[in-house]
Design a protein around this ligand. Structure first.
Ligand code: TYD
Ligand code: MG
Length: 474
């Protein structure tokens, strides 16, 4: 009798082991290994040996066609996917529970259905009545969306193969789906992988676009959608902070489009509203005239985006001062602080430093260095920065300000929002030309961090306790 081999799969990263162990060697998480029965045979992998079918090998040159796309009717969503859903592609929409994935997708499905396309929404989490209730609240009841509450992938595929193939299928969520071909319980890594594999094959075969919803859990109890990331064509991450209204949709991976575009939404009482001009939103609650805030003219993909960077520098009572960052890179902050200390005589060793990007936005650009440094110095020197100025530029370890890309777009967006001054790298002087010419008149060029620090310190009255540190450059 053949002995059944047991496998233990990490519910966090999907690594499999022959025996149980407390810690996953692959991702380092504890207590994430779960017994998943016999090693699941890859569905469809027939054991009978067959003769290979011959196929043609093609040259690189030849007919090439753009992937046919289906615009969702929601401009912010289409911006992130790169122009709409590609036929036969599978997209993973990942995000924390409660962030608004179901809301966004029922809105997208309804928009498509209203445009006359066959759009199907399968919920494995909510009953049909619940989804209807939500649709009613969102004012979408009249949209001819086809709705079901199902979790068996075989049944779903059999049903959807009937009649006209839908253009868009939403599966909410992949963690609730299960297939007969895998023995383990729904929600485990093997089930998630098996169900995703079947749905991906169905998408490729039928030409339907499928969106899989995936919950990200921190504790690893439910299979993270990590295992699915490698299998799908695109991964969109839906982010936001509970306390904020803004939701940001970001492409993490995209086989058919760019990965640096973001879509911005606002959660309202009647669903997600698209925010066409995010800068206005992110700057709407500015606290004018207080020290420690600087407006950063950033870029997200092809779109300029203005956000406020807030810094608080306060005397510390700890041996090792605190450095806390929200929305920016901690090591980037450490670098800026080091450059300020080494080249500009700004001593921050005795101070706690807090840095926050307003509105729940997350910045990845090195161009934010200059704005962060300006906010830090402004807080330390207790001198508010001019309310009508924006900052951008990368700081090098030598204390020089390095130029960044897209200077004209950044300047134009700033001018559009009423800013009259921009503190920019010296080297951008030649680049601003052309259509940014008028905007470039607002630019104040800085060559080194030292001169920026001197300018800021000259603006205001130093605090009592900061006087000996920051006043020296003025
Ligand atoms: P949901 O789409 O269910 O999140 P997910 O599918 O990602 O788990 O959104 C749930 C949250 O959104 C919930 O906290 C309530 C809020 N919400 C609104 O604020 N307005 C609305 O119109 C809707 C439908 C939800
Ligand atoms: Mg949901």
């Amino acid at each position: 009798m053949a002995r059944q081999t047991l496998t233990f799969a990490c519910q966090n990263c999907g690594a499999t082991y022959g025996r149980w162990q407390g810690k996953c060697d692959s991702c380092g998480e504890w207590n994430t290994l779960v017994e998943e029965g016999a090693a699941a045979p890859t569905p469809g992998a027939a054991r009978v040996s067959r003769k290979g079918r011959l196929f043609n090998l093609e040259p690189l040159t030849g007919e090439a066609s753009e992937a046919p796309r289906l615009a969702s009717g929601m401009a912010e969503l289409d911006r992130v996917t790169g122009g709409g859903f590609v036929r036969g592609s599978v997209l993973l929409m990942a995000g924390d529970p409660g962030i608004g994935k179901s809301t966004l997708l029922i809105q997208a499905t309804a928009a498509l259905a209203r445009a006359g396309e066959r759009a199907v929404y399968i919920s494995g989490e909510e009953a049909v009545a619940q989804v209807r209730l939500r649709a009613e609240r969102l004012g979408l009841s009249d949209a001819p969306v086809e709705l079901a509450s199902e979790t068996a992938v075989e049944d779903i595929i059999a049903t959807l193969t009937q009649g006209k193939i839908p253009r868009l299928i939403v599966i909410d969520s992949i963690q609730t789906m299960w297939t007969d071909t895998v023995d383990s319980a729904p929600g485990t890594v093997s089930q998630v992988r098996g169900a995703a594999q079947m749905l991906i094959r169905f998408a490729k075969r039928s030409g339907a676009a499928i969106i899989l919803v995936g919950h990200v859990t921190k504790d690893g109890q439910i299979a993270g959608p990590r295992v699915v990331e490698h299998m799908v064509d695109a991964v969109l991450s839906f982010e936001g902070e509970g306390s904020h209204q803004f939701r940001i949709l970001r492409a993490v991976k995209n086989r058919f489009g760019p990965t640096d575009e973001i879509g911005v939404f606002e959660m309202t009482g009647s669903g997600l509203r698209e925010v066409a001009n995010p800068s206005e939103l992110f700057l709407s609650e500015r606290d004018l005239g207080s020290p420690g805030t600087a407006v950063f003219a950033g870029m997200e993909g092809t779109r300029p985006l203005l956000v406020e960077i807030q810094a608080l520098v306060a005397p510390t009572s700890l041996g090792t001062p605190r450095r806390a960052v929200v929305g920016w890179d901690t090591s980037r902050l450490a670098m800026v602080i080091a450059v300020l200390e080494a080249h500009c005589g700004v001593k921050l060793g005795g101070y706690d430093v807090y840095l926050n990007v307003a509105g729940g936005m997350r910045i990845n650009e090195p161009a934010a260095d200059l704005a962060a440094a300006a906010a830090l110095v402004s807080s330390l020197a207790n001198s508010p920065l001019p309310a009508d100025a924006v900052y951008f530029g990368e700081i090098s370890l030598s204390g020089a300000i390095r130029p960044v890309a897209h200077t004209p777009s950044r300047l134009k967006e700033s001018a559009k929002l009423g800013f009259t001054r921009a503190v920019v790298p010296e080297a951008a002087r030649s680049e601003a030309g052309d259509d940014g010419l008028r905007a470039s008149q607002m630019a104040t060029y800085v060559g080194s961090l030292t001169s920026l620090v001197a300018d800021i310190a000259a603006l205001g009255k130093p605090r009592q306790n900061a006087a000996q540190n920051s006043g020296q450059n003025a």
